[in-house]
Every structure is written in structure tokens, then in C-alpha cells.
Design a protein around this ligand. Structure first.
Ligand code: SME
Length: 161
């Protein structure tokens, strides 16, 4: 497919996720490289929503290791149960943090990040990676983001092989 997204700007966030999902499907279809697919999805999310930081951390032993991302440089390794990402891994569920300063143990990669959402990728009941999205705006994530990003995670999970 053409490497170009087609998302109108004057529509709701929910509608943007609905338009984006099949386009991500087309982007990753037939491409066996996990790195290439994660890189393009990080770019597609940042391009569509203008998020401050979008990226993946991949499970490696007892740590998460930084994968493809869009945004400022970030911490490379996060332990199991540490920060929002490690907590999402431990709890095997999506975590929405309306105010990062109010989340005990939040790992601040950038002081400009104010709110955050983390989605775990689960395969055979094990977390294999997480998707982390940060906003420079407080309380920027809601059920529409959770729903949209979880659908994207489900679409991407088979790419992990
Ligand atoms: N805030 C995350 C760390 C990753 S960065 O935000 C990119 C956390 O608390 O796990």
C-alpha cells in the first residue's frame, strides 16, 4: 500500500481510531519485520494524534527494553513492576494515568509528560511487550484511547511470532 495515512482532522478521536485501525492493518500486512511494523505504528499514532511520546517496550527476561518509538530519548530498561510500564506488565492490564505526578513510582523520562496510557500485549497469557503513550496535557486519555489502542495491540500481537 502507499505509505501514507488518510485521516481527516475535523473528526472525533474515536472516529480517528476507527479510520486508523484498517490503515494500520494494511501497513503491516505482509511485512514480516517486527521492528519495521512497530516503528510504523509508533509513527502512525504520533502523526494521527500528535502525542508527545509513543513507543514500545519489549519484554526481555525480567526487564522491559526500549523498542521503536517516536519522541524524545527515553529510559532504555524498566524492571518488572516498576513505573507505569512495569506495573501494566505485572497487572496484565491497561493503565491510564491522568496525572503522572500522582502515580507512585512513575518513571519520568521527560518532565514534559503529564499523563500517560500503557497497554500490554498478551500472548499465551504472557505479556510480551507494552505500548506506552505520553501526553504533555493532563488527563488526556480516556476509554476511547483504551479501546482504540487495545484494538491496535490485538492487531499487532501476531507480528511478535
Ligand atoms: N513513564 C514510564 C516510563 C517510560 S517513558 O514515559 C517513555 C513509566 O513510568 O513506566
Amino acid at each position: 500500500m502507499a505509505e501514507e495515512l488518510n485521516i481527516q482532522t475535523n473528526i472525533s478521536k474515536k472516529e480517528k481510531y476507527e479510520l486508523l485501525l484498517p490503515q494500520i492493518g494494511a501497513l503491516i500486512e505482509g511485512e514480516p519485520s517486527l521492528i519495521a511494523n512497530l516503528a510504523n505504528v509508533a509513527a502512525a499514532l504520533r502523526q494521527t494524534f500528535g502525542f508527545f511520546w509513543v513507543g514500545f517496550y519489549l519484554v526481555d527476561g525480567d526487564e522491559l527494553v526500549l523498542g521503536p518509538f517516536q519522541g524524545d530519548v527515553a529510559c532504555t530498561r524498566i524492571g518488572f513492576g516498576k513505573g507505569v510500564c512495569g506495573t501494566s506488565w505485572k497487572e496484565k492490564q491497561t493503565i491510564i494515568v491522568p496525572n503522572v505526578d500522582a502515580f507512585p513510582g512513575h518513571i519520568a523520562c521527560s518532565s514534559a509528560s503529564r499523563s500517560e496510557i500503557v497497554i500490554p500485549f498478551i500472548s499465551n497469557e504472557k505479556v510480551i511487550a507494552i505500548l506506552d503513550v505520553d501526553s504533555h496535557v493532563l488527563n488526556d486519555f480516556d476509554a476511547d484511547d483504551k479501546d482504540g489502542l487495545e484494538k491496535i495491540a490485538t492487531l499487532l500481537t501476531p507480528c511478535f511470532g
